[in-house]
Design a binder for this molecule. Structure first.
Ligand SMILES: Cc1cc2nc3c(=O)[nH]c(=O)nc-3n(C[C@H](O)[C@H](O)[C@H](O)COP(=O)(O)OP(=O)(O)OC[C@H]3O[C@@H](n4cnc5c(N)ncnc54)[C@H](O)[C@@H]3O)c2cc1C
Length: 423
């Protein structure tokens, strides 16, 4: 090990596996924090994909506090030039009814591939080296981490795991760290399918406007939720659920509230892209010479996601902890504590997700949406859920107010027998 124990010193080398938002945020912040201490470190980003060619599953919606994460966290301006559309509101759809939701949100649609290129270029401009190769194996030795890639072998002082949801590298880590408990359980995931449809600009504007259309297709059993997001010159349709197939996307497109919006668009030869996103945190996200960031932590918000925000925040915090405290397991134990609010909100998010699942199964969700039309508090809660504004803690607390509990609770009990007979 070069340097003083497990402290980062001039000449230390930190390898970042994955050049997505989390990896780039880590690289940018590592270099900036080291610079503040007057030390010069080597940061190497390994990225297996070519961002010029590969489609990214992500819809590319950036929501607040994205501006603060750039300005205060990464100490760089928010890249406003990447905004393709400012999202003004949301429309929740059920067969035969819609609910319009709007409020202060500062939500923007970007092209994810351009966002990724911008982040990687920013890291390179600061001096990070980018190696276009997949990492295939890791060994944690006492004094360094050995990294195997498709065409190189490298020794580093520490590794940032920014590989998203990648079974290959998760397996390699599990083997490499059998005795260190690093990354001993990868995140649990939900399937997603995405389709991109180019449409006439006038139709795009008139029909979809600057609003994200969200669907709760309780009639389509495997789909937990779906959305249509307007971008610069196209829309993105996406669905999430367990065990999804292309047939589920076909079903979503034929689902009456969706068909009402897309039936006359040219959907021939549509490409479907499969992906996943985490729904349960990984365990062992840090240890001697290792910190996982972004999706690899599994800390995405149920429904809204905000995965890019989590990526930037965890990437920034991991870098601050490595430079400020060191690379040992004890030093890095401060890292998860630095975003404790994400863990806390994850619990509330899961409580909320369970409530929604039960509401969907019992059909009670329709009563909630109808009631929200005349109930500003409930409408505000739903806006916060779909826009990602505020925390799930606030959402659950607002729903727990005595008047809401009485109205919703009685409604739910009234609905339950009907739902049980229906099943
Ligand atoms: C359908 C869908 C829609 C979404 N929409 C949104 C949205 O609108 N807004 C939002 O905020 N979030 C959204 N998300 C979530 C968001 O995409 C992720 O949370 C975010 O990309 C996480 O960033 P990351 O850097 O952790 O991982 P990633 O973006 O997945 O980046 C990981 C990188 O690591 C690379 N990699 C993996 N393994 C290796 C290896 N062994 N060697 C080298 N490189 C490797 C990959 O090629 C990849 O580029 C969406 C997700 C899905 C699935």
């Amino acid at each position: 090990m070069r340097g003083d124990g497990l402290k980062v010193v001039s000449g230390s080398c930190i390898a970042v596996i994955g050049g997505g938002p989390a990896g780039c945020a880590s690289a940018i912040k590592l270099i900036k924090e080291a610079g503040k201490k007057g030390i010069r470190i080597k940061v190497i980003i390994f990225e297996g994909k070519d961002f010029e060619r590969h489609y990214n599953q992500c819809v590319g919606v950036l929501s607040q506090p994205i501006t603060r994460l750039f300005e205060e966290g990464l100490e760089m301006p928010f890249p406003g030039h990447l905004i393709k559309r400012e999202i003004a509101g949301y429309v929740l759809h059920r067969p035969g009814s819609t609910l319009e939701l709007s409020g202060e949100s500062g939500t923007y649609a970007t092209r994810r591939i351009l966002f990724d290129r911008f982040m990687l270029q920013s890291a390179q401009d600061l001096g990070a080296e980018v190696i276009r190769s997949r990492v295939t194996g890791l060994e944690f030795n006492g004094d360094s981490v050995h990294i195997y890639t498709e065409d190189k072998f490298l020794k580093a002082d520490a590794v940032v795991g920014a590989f998203g949801i990648d079974d290959g590298i998760a397996d390699a880590l599990e083997q490499a760290s059998a005795h260190t408990f690093i990354y001993r359980r990868p995140p649990k995931v939900l399937d997603t399918i995405v389709a991109k449809v180019h449409i006439d600009l006038q139709v795009l504007q008139e029909r979809f406007g600057n609003r994200i259309h969200a669907f709760i297709p309780l009639e389509l059993r495997r789909i937990e939720f779906g959305a249509i997001t307007p971008k610069g010159d196209h829309i993105i349709m996406n669905i999430a659920g367990r065990g999804l197939t292309s047939g589920d996307m076909d079903g979503f497109i034929a689902y009456p509230p969706v068909a009402g919006l897309v039936h006359d668009l040219d959907l021939s030869g549509l490409d479907y892209f499969k992906g996943r996103y985490p729904i349960r945190p990984a365990s062992g996200i840090c240890g001697d010479r290792f910190a996982a960031v972004g999706d690899a932590t599994g800390l995405i918000r149920p429904y809204k996601g905000k995965g890019i925000n989590v990526a930037l925040e965890t990437g920034t915090k991991a870098a601050e902890t490595m430079i400020g405290k060191g690379l040992s397991a004890a030093a890095l134990s401060a890292y998860p504590a630095s975003f404790h609010h994400l863990y806390a909100d994850f619990l509330y998010g899961n409580i909320f997700r369970s409530l929604v699942t039960v509401s969907i199964r019992t059909g009670f969700v329709d009563r909630v949406l109808n009631r929200a039309k005349d109930d500003p508090n409930l409408k505000d809660v739903l806006f916060k859920v779909v826009s990602g504004e505020g925390t799930y803690r606030d959402v659950v607390r607002k729903l727990s107010r005595p008047e809401e509990l009485t109205a919703l609770g009685l409604g739910f009990l009234r609905n339950l027998p009907v739902a049980l007979i229906r099943r």
